[in-house]
Design a binder for this molecule. Structure first.
Ligand code: AP5
Length: 218
């Protein structure tokens, strides 16, 4: 199964993609995670992306398109994938169409569904400003909504929990504005291809997981 997760920052794309990977073996391709790793490693890609990410702006299309193309061709995506945070612009969506069409399989590949997560803006800000991420294994927690057992320590691997630099409130507002301008138009793009499912995503993680499964037929 080949899925796209669309939705504003904090709407739960990463949380739900990780669940589909864990429970159904679908490979989670998160452009945000890949870019953050590149920044942490100080690679040329990371150095190019860092300033955009810190401001809450998008990284240039050519950078993320190259990342996704390489990932899709990897062996770990054979059982299917969830694109978490890609595409985010019409240019990226068109590039994805071309990559899928030219995929080295008998008839290329097809996107089965694009899922649009819907959460109101104040809930998004609350989720993001309380988020803490493990710097070792990237597991995600929230100070009040899903706190770790021990303050500041990852339940899964014992790593240190940190706040993402782009989870400051001023940067969160900028990311939300960028979503409205650049990414929201993709809802029409996929609705026009009869591929869009809108999923209310303001409930608990389990409720949203059930809604996502129903939307994609898992
Ligand atoms: P990225 O990492 O993709 O950030 P984002 O889209 O802003 O998404 P988030 O990771 O913040 O939120 P999410 O929807 O995944 O929610 P999550 O599950 O984490 O991108 C970061 C940056 O990289 C971009 O700003 C850009 O610069 C660059 N970039 C990435 N992709 C790009 C692209 N394609 N093109 C160009 N640039 C790109 O949950 C958030 C919080 O809420 C967590 O604390 C979680 O525990 C909690 N939570 C989740 N679900 C629930 C729930 N149901 N109830 C309560 N709490 C919940």
């Amino acid at each position: 199964m080949h899925l796209i997760f669309l939705g504003p920052p904090g709407s739960g794309k990463g949380t739900q993609a990780a669940l589909l990977e864990e429970r159904f073996g679908l490979c989670q391709i998160s452009t945000g995670d890949i870019l953050r790793q590149a920044v942490a490693d100080g690679t040329p890609l990371g150095n190019e992306a860092k300033a955009c990410m810190d401001r809450g702006d998008l990284v240039p299309d050519r950078v993320v398109i190259g990342i996704v193309e390489e990932k899709l061709k990897g062996a770990e995506c054979r059982k299917g994938f969830v694109l978490d945070g890609f595409p985010r612009t019409t240019g990226q969506a068109e590039a994805l169409d071309a990559i899928m069409r030219d995929f080295p399989a008998p008839d290329g590949l097809r996107i089965d569904r694009a899922v649009a997560f819907q959460v109101d803006e104040e809930a998004l800000v609350a989720r993001l400003s309380g988020r803490r991420t493990c710097e070792a294994c990237q597991a995600m927690f929230h100070l009040t909504l899903s706190p770790p057992r021990v303050d500041g320590v990852c339940d899964r691997c014992g790593g240190r929990l940190v706040q993402r630099p782009d989870d400051r409130e001023d940067v969160i507002r900028q990311r939300l504005a960028v979503y409205e301008e650049s990414t929201r138009p993709l809802l029409d793009y996929y609705a026009g291809r009869d591929l869009l499912s809108r999923v209310p995503a303001g409930g608990t993680v389990d409720e949203v997981h059930a809604a996502v499964k129903a939307a994609v037929g898992l």
